[in-house]
Structure formats: C-alpha cells, structure tokens
Design a protein around this ligand. Structure first.
Ligand code: E4P
Length: 225
C-alpha cells in the first residue's frame, strides 16, 4: 500500500518526504487555501518541484466541463509529475467522465476525485482514470460504510483488471487509515497530523526512556569504576 500526504504545507511535506514514508501528495482547492498557497500556478510548481518525481494531484477549479478540460491540459503542463483531479460530476450534477477520458487519451494522468460510491468508481475506471479518490470520511458523514465501499471498489477494479489505483481520502482519524488499509486500498492519502499519530505511542516513549535511562546509568557506573 502506498501512502500519500493530503496537504499543501511545504514544511510538513518536506519533513515526511525525508522520512521515506511518502509516495505522493494530494491537494484540493480547500487544502491549498488553508495552507496558504493562494496562487494556483506558483503553488503547484512549488509543490511539484519539491516532491518530483512523486505524483502531485492538483484539482481543476471550474464548474464547466470544457473549461475543466482546458485547465487540465494547462495544469499538466506545469510539471511532469502532475496528476489532474477531475470531479465525478460538477456542482449541477453534470458527469465529468468525458473530460477524464479525453485527458487520459492525451497521456495526462487523471485522479477521478470526490467519489462517494461504488457506481462512481466503476464509471471512473471505465473512463480510464489513473487514480480514483474515494472520500471515506464523507461516505461516513452520510451514514455509509466506508470500509465496505472501499473493499468492494478494490475488488471490482482488480477483478476486471482496470489500471485505476484506488486512493482513500477524507481521512479523519488513524482508525480511518487502518480501516482503508484493511479494506485493501491501494493508496491512503493522509493529513500530516495523522501520520504523526500513527507513529506515536505512549508506551513506546516510556520504553525508549527506560533504555536511555539505563544506558546513562551504565555510563555513570563505568566512570565511577
Ligand atoms: C483527497 O484527495 C482530498 O483532498 C481530501 O481527502 C478531501 O477530504 P475532506 O473530506 O477532508 O475534504
């Protein structure tokens, strides 16, 4: 399973990149805004060069499918490692699979985003999306069973051998990460604070402290003969 960082915070990205744990980065317009990357082109190029050659997902910012297509081409031209996020539908419910398909046909990698159901996963895979982002937290917001949807989606994509890789996003706890991992997600995209939480454990800290205390005691004992 791969781990992506769901963030546009360059300091956090650099920190986790250096740990060797991260296989890519995902963003969306809300994350870019929250993390202070207000200029789409400048912010995208900064992130893309920071993590190259790892994939960076950047979302189009239009409600018009034709405009999404043109923006997708432009976004992709800003870096070799850029993956263009196209939503399943626009805010009026117009399906965007044609946009995904055209861009993939041109060799631009697509992340079919804001997927909340197995049916959307099926259509995204058929449209040729390289990645499909299932929003686990938002599935659960509506009373859905995110683990079940992820497991069914992975099963279906693999059974029919589509190239799409399932990214589980909208992570709100370490429990969500583990649920996605056990459901067979190909990738989980995790906000940095939960990667830190995954690493930490009070008893690990206490154990490390015990070892260091005893090493110090041994050093002192050596000195005093
Ligand atoms: C994933 O690619 C998205 O950026 C993200 O996980 C959306 O999650 P949210 O529900 O926190 O907005």
């Amino acid at each position: 399973m791969q781990i992506f960082l769901d963030s546009a915070d360059t300091r956090e990205i650099e920190k986790w990149l250096n740990s060797g744990l991260i296989d890519g980065v995902t963003t969306n317009p809300s994350i870019m805004y929250r993390d202070g990357l207000l200029d789409l082109r400048e912010g995208t190029q900064q992130l893309a060069s920071l993590i190259t050659p790892l994939p960076l997902s950047i979302e189009v910012v239009s409600n018009d499918p034709e405009e999404m297509y043109l923006q997708g081409r432009e976004l992709a031209s800003w870096g070799d490692n850029i993956v263009v996020k196209i939503p399943q539908v626009n805010m009026d419910g117009v399906p965007c699979y044609g946009v995904m398909h055209r861009l993939e046909e041109e060799g631009i990698r697509i992340n079919a985003t804001v997927a909340l159901s197995l049916s959307q996963v099926i259509l995204s895979a058929k449209a040729g999306a390289s990645y499909i982002s299932l929003f686990a937290g938002r599935i659960a917001d509506e009373g859905g069973n995110a683990g079940e949807v992820v497991a069914d989606a992975v099963d279906w994509v693999e059974r029919w051998q589509y190239k799409s890789r399932l990214i589980v996003g909208s992570i709100r706890s370490v429990g969500d990460v583990l649920q996605a991992a056990l459901a067979g997600a190909h990738i989980v995209t995790i906000p940095p604070q939960f990667v830190a939480k995954m690493a930490d454990h009070q008893y690990s800290r206490e154990t490390v402290k015990q070892f260091l205390d005893d090493a110090n005691k041994a050093a002192k004992a050596r000195q005093t003969g």
